[in-house]
Write a protein that binds this ligand. Structure first.
Ligand code: HEM
Length: 411
């Protein structure tokens, strides 16, 4: 394999792992001349950069403005949402906002969501079973993997679930893949509506201090007399939709695809459901939803003998680091009992995913339901569609069929 990095090609999209392996082995700090950015592929290097936000800035945003569509055109990766607080901030602003936000988005608040997550998953499953009985067309993403995280975050924010249609539209039009199903006017309209809708919710929460929602907790959060500003609360609310929904959807969809292709792993999970959390963790390492994000060098730096200049863009390939043979034993083997459970799928350092506990909870609940459905499920890959951008791994569409007879016997 030549030392090129054709990340816009169909071959790369179908199976990027061999390209990553080649880079790790031959040129781990690779300058992709044709695109004008560095590609960092080894675990230890990615980790070092993530832990040095003073040298490697997040200001350009998670996609670094370099996300390309199917047509090969580069486009704004923030879904046209503009600057996003926290994920695009460097210290000291990052430290201030993260610390205030952490007072609202607490582990306790997330843990307390468990019954609600179970209820939302149960309702979605009931609806799915009804659709199966009615012989309606089914899609794994649309009917389960996407609505689950959307309804969960909506409930946390205090958005009434009766507004489901509106919420789905907000979320779909933001999602990199699903957004393509909407015209540009619809997408822009939906984003505007989302901004207005969230602003209304924030101002309603101001007038209802008793409400115990994530939004009211953001309004209350204070440290040394400082509070989050209204525009920061709005930005963080948008960030939660952007960072939390599509990623979790992809973790669920990738997991289903993997289990259907690996019936032995499915059998292990069905025999011992306590392994589901290990499955989720290994799935994050093996085929994580976020394949890589960008940083910008703030100064000239020599790294592995390469001269990175101030202002250069670097693509940190988390998913490649997660397959690095210098860090993991048999990295290409999916091992439910892997001892080294540390991975880069949720980032590291100061930007480590703030929703990691929520994502893990949602995925655990989802697979507790799905492993009973999976033996009766078939996915129609020919009519499915993968997310067409190289920073995310997942599915936009995955039509499925479920053997209704077998389901009746099982239930
Ligand atoms: C499996 C699902 C998820 C994956 C794979 C994922 C992945 C990531 C990654 C890789 C980062 C680091 C970004 C960077 O270093 O630039 C991140 C940050 C973040 N994630 Fe997640 N995420 C997931 C789910 C969620 C959920 C459910 C939420 C909340 C509802 C969330 C909220 C955030 C926030 C707020 C940040 C920014 C933290 C900061 O910049 O300090 N994520 N996520």
């Amino acid at each position: 394999m030549s030392n090129e990095f054709p990340f816009l090609s169909a071959e790369y999209a179908a199976r990027p792992q061999p390209f990553w392996k080649n880079l790790r082995e031959t040129d781990p700090v690779y300058y992709a001349q044709e695109y004008g950015f560095w590609v960092i592929s080894k675990h230890e290097d990615i980790l070092e950069m993530l832990k040095d936000p003073y040298t490697y800035s997040s200001a350009a945003g998670p996609g670094g403005g370099l996300v390309a569509g199917e047509d090969g055109e580069q486009r704004d990766d923030n879904g046209g949402m503009g600057f996003l607080p926290l994920i695009q901030h460097d210290p000291p602003e990052h430290t201030r906002i993260r610390s205030l936000f952490a007072k609202a988005f607490t582990p306790k608040r997330i843990a307390e969501m468990e019954p609600a997550v179970v209820e939302i998953a149960t309702n979605l499953m009931d609806e799915l079973h009804q659709k199966i009985r009615n012989g309606e067309a089914l899609d794994l993403v649309d009917d389960f993997a996407s609505p689950l995280p959307v309804y969960v975050i909506a409930q946390m924010m205090g958005i009434p679930l009766e507004e489901r249609h509106r919420l789905r539209m907000w979320s779909d039009s933001l999602a990199i893949g699903a957004g393509e199903g909407y015209s540009i006017q619809q997408q822009l309209g939906s984003r505007k509506e989302m901004t207005e809708g969230l602003s209304e919710i924030i101002s309603a929460a101001r007038h209802n201090p008793q409400a115990n929602t994530l939004i009211s907790a953001m309004l209350d959060a204070s440290e040394e007399g400082e509070n989050l500003r209204t525009e920061e609360i709005l930005g963080l609310s948008k960030l939660l939709w952007l960072a939390g929904n599509e990623t979790t959807t992809n973790l669920i969809s990738n997991g289903v695809v993997f289990l259907l292709n690996h019936p032995d792993v499915l059998a292990d999970l069905r025999n011992d459901r306590t392994l589901i959390s290990d499955f989720v963790e290994e799935m994050l390492r093996y085929d994580g939803p976020v394949m890589g994000l960008f940083r910008i060098a703030t100064r000239n730096v020599e790294f592995r003998g390469k001269n990175i200049s101030k202002g250069d863009t670097l693509w940190l390939l988390f998913s490649s680091g997660n397959l690095d043979a210098d860090t993991y034993e048999a990295p290409e083997t999916f091992d439910l009992h892997r001892r080294n459970k540390d991975h880069l799928a949720l980032g590291k350092g100061i930007h480590f995913c703030m929703g990691s506990a929520l994502a893990r909870l949602e995925a655990k609940v989802a697979f507790e339901w799905l492993i009973d459905l999976l033996p009766h499920m078939k996915l129609d890959f020919e009519n499915g569609k993968r997310i067409p951008v190289p920073i995310l791994s997942g599915w936009v569409k995955l039509p499925m069929s479920v053997d209704v007879g077998a389901l009746e016997v099982a239930s």
